[in-house]
Design a protein around this ligand. Structure first.
Ligand code: GLU
Length: 445
């Protein structure tokens, strides 16, 4: 069975980049009939908070990406310790005593000589006495995972294709700090093994981590999962932008963006498939394929999100949205108003226009006689079947007007606006007596 995980750190709120990672994991898993889990990577106890953790859970729920299960790394330290001791006994992790400044200096020297800044493994040459001497000075070690430099790091990425890294060009990764706390690398692998994760889907900033982690899977006698690394998102200006880092669910909610617009856009960004308006995710899930994703960064454009949001609302069934509309607004009203909105809140505005009408009427004096005529006709027609057609066809004949001159004064008098929903759909929603009063409003007696 397919099992995936979305593994954000609760050190902040979800942003568009990690929401996309969640969407890809969720879609692939739903398509394959597997399990999608949330793993809170909260090993950094200083920066992780309960508020952020709760926020991530809420955001996923709002997006409709509810996980099938949830774990948090801070509950799993005992397991990490156990695996760590096993790796230590097997000689795959080793203690290092260099200070950050020392390491920095060594890196600079190497770079200055035009060499790759790889850790020189000096700590592997320490004797028991050397280590004892450090400890006697109160220096506790940080720990590195020892790469097997004879085995090339290869994997077949579901998006990027065959990947190959030379371990001799990589530093042994630090996996644990001197204070005993964990860095991301090893716990992630321990969890992926323990949870039975079959597919790891994440951003391409993790490609090198994957290469290193492959050896951790092997060192713990576990098969590695399959990997898919999605190209990163860029902002409107075409490069990684700060703005994207702060763009999250709160902003979407505040600006009237539907969760479906977010997930439907992210489902297709960076793929060869078109962005389409949908009423649910089913068709997108069915068509999802990692090999449709390109390797070039995908451009996220808020204007595209807003446009898709509107197109999605124009398709949205009344039942889906009814609980968010004014109580008095029925299916017919939604059908009339829906084509003209960009957010659900716009529907309430239009409904107020229908129910209350323009605030103050000041019709063009050149239209006074015409509107008076319109009011007389409106008072006499059968309102139950297509009153707009009845009104305009009679007016056309009696006034000789056509086109804009025929329609616009009526629209203005009835709604107070120059544009909006189709009047043929809107007028039956306005009470007949009200409509007559609106046509008469502001006319000289
Ligand atoms: N906590 C890591 C991150 O947010 C998880 C990476 C992974 O999916 O393994 O980048």
């Amino acid at each position: 069975m397919i099992k995936t995980r979305f593994a954000p750190s609760p050190t902040g709120t979800l942003h568009i980049g990690n929401i996309r990672t969640a969407v890809l994991n969720w879609m692939f898993t739903r398509q394959q009939g597997g399990e999608f889990w949330l793993r809170l990577d909260d090993t950094d106890s200083e920066r992780s908070t309960e508020e952020f953790a709760a926020g991530i859970v809420e955001d996923l729920a709002w997006l409709g990406l509810e996980p099938d299960g949830q774990v948090r790394q801070s509950d799993r330290f005992a397991l990490y310790e156990q695996r760590f001791q096993e790796l230590r006994a097997a000689g795959r992790v080793y203690p290092c005593y260099e200070s950050a400044q020392e390491l920095d200096l060594r890196r600079k020297v190497l770079l200055g000589r035009g060499l790759p800044p790889i850790y020189d493994r000096a700590a592997l040459c320490l004797t028991d006495e050397d280590r004892a001497a450090f400890e006697a000075k109160g220096i506790t070690p940080h720990w590195r995972f020892k790469l097997d430099q004879s085995t090339p790091l290869v994997f077949d990425d579901m998006i990027r294709g065959p990947q190959r890294f030379d371990p001799a060009l990589l530093s042994d990764p630090v996996i644990r700090r001197a204070d005993g706390s964990w860095l991301y690398m090893l716990p992630s692998v321990i969890d992926d093994i323990d949870m039975g994760i079959t597919h790891v889907v994440r951003g391409e900033d993790h490609v090198t981590n994957t290469a290193l982690q492959l050896q951790m899977f092997a060192a713990m006698d576990a098969p590695a999962p399959q990997f898919a690394h999605a190209a990163l998102l860029t902002g409107e200006e075409g490069k990684l932008s700060k703005r994207l880092g702060s763009l999250g669910v709160l902003h979407f909610r505040e600006t009237g963006i539907e969760p479906l617009a977010v997930t439907a856009l992210l489902a297709r960004l960076g793929t060869s498939d078109p962005v389409i308006a949908v009423t649910d995710m089913a068709a997108l899930v069915a068509a999802f394929a990692f090999d449709h994703f390109g390797r070039a960064p995908a451009r996220f454009d808020e204007a595209e999100l807003r446009a898709l949001n509107a197109r999605i609302l124009h398709l949205m069934p009344f039942d889906t949205v009814a609980h968010r509309l004014p109580d008095t607004m029925d299916e017919r009203a939604w059908a009339a108003i829906r084509p003209n909105i960009e957010t659900v809140a716009d529907a309430a505005d239009w409904w107020a226009v229908v129910r209350i009408g323009p605030e103050d009427a000041a019709p063009d004096p050149a239209d006074h006689a015409y509107l008076a005529e319109a009011a007389t006709i409106a008072a006499g027609i059968d309102w139950s079947t297509d009153p707009w057609h009845a009104l305009t066809s009679q007016l056309k004949e009696s006034s000789g007007r056509k086109g804009k001159a025929l329609f616009l004064p009526l629209r203005r008098a009835l709604t107070g606006r120059d544009h909006g929903p189709d009047m043929a759909a809107l007028l039956p929603l306005i009470d007949q007596a009200d409509a007559v009063a609106r046509l008469r409003a502001g006319l000289a007696d």
